[in-house]
Design a protein around this ligand. Sequence first.
Ligand code: UD1
Ligand code: UDP
Length: 366
Amino acid sequence: MKVAVIVGARPQIIKVAPVIWKLREKGGISYFILHTGQHYDFEMSKVFFGELNIPEPHVNLGVGSGSHGEQTGDMLKGIEQELIKVKPDLTIVPGDTNSTLAGALASVKLKIPVAHLEAGLRSFDFYMPEEINRRLTDACSELLFAPTQTAVLNLLREGISKERIHRTGDTMYDVLAHSLKIIKRKEFPYEEFHLAANEKYCVLTLHRAENVDSREKLASILSAIPRIKAKIIFPVHPRTRKNIVLFKLMDFVEKTDNLVLIEPVGYLDFISLIIRSELVLTDSGGVQKEAFLIRKPCITLRDKTEWIETVRLGGNILVGVDTEKIVAEANKTLSYGREVRWDKNPFGDGKAAERIYNIILNHFAK
Ligand code: UD1
Ligand code: UDP
């Protein structure tokens, strides 16, 4: 029995890591890791293989950046060729990126069943490329690994038969729980993050195409920063850095004294940064969850989220990109904190990968 695991972008490598650990630990199922090459900078890809202790990909297609059609089309062609050679019994596709969709499409058309890790997520925002990717991937998949009860309900509402849906919990909780133990033993690199010991700060991440590809929206978000009453550490995604330069916003950024731009950091350092922060500002999907799990208040720079539980439990507030709203909400949280039901964890028990392994094994047994 053999599974192909398809990754390409930063969060996919992180969320699939616990499944690879399980496959390696338990044996019985061999695996083949195919990297599309969607992310290629060291700090967007290779760093995670090393620090999360997963084997280097067997193949990297080196597709790189491009328009949606070009990038997804190149992946589709390359993945198909590899799957024909490798002949897996199942393909695992994590998340909602173009690599996810290309992997699912290439596989299902070769009649190789697909397992979607992180199935059933919905933002109900059809302008998000990820919303299209995840809906189409779910439609192609035979095994749908839903991280939350909301995800299960979304799938049932769309008429997907319940035999295909498995509520597994979220592998991002597995990887976080595992990594917290390693982080405890590590020194925190204050200097690297331009921080004095015990200095108070917030963490900002920003990369959604609908936010950073628009000068108006990007400028609206960045304009809030000087008025937020804390230092802001900003590991900048390459898409965002490119647009800050393109939109001639670098001058503004450099003049903003409380804003510290750094390169994207590895997973362990990023989680360490969140642990010591006062507040997280983000438009990332994964970071909203991590902030909740680490019990840090989060401000999401979007109008909608697929991780609605974080909002319902009070940990996360959706503010969109309006400067005034960002400033008001950030300063309010910094001054008064927030009432949050932190004890409720909607993302599982750290055993999602174990369940996934067992479901795959049972599937093969049938
Ligand atoms: C992609 C995913 C998004 C996910 C994000 C995680 C899609 C449609 N988008 O967005 O769902 O949340 O990854 O980070 O699949 N670039 C580099 N170096 C790299 C990678 C990208 O410089 O290693 C730059 C290039 O200029 C590229 C741009 O970033 O054009 C965007 O990269 P791309 O992979 O197309 O989308 P992301 O914004 O990273
Ligand atoms: N992350 C990281 N370094 C960074 C920023 C984020 O390791 O500098 C991790 C973060 O901990 C989370 C994941 O990247 O696990 C989220 O990826 P991203 O925000 O790029 O994508 P999304 O989750 O929105 O798809």
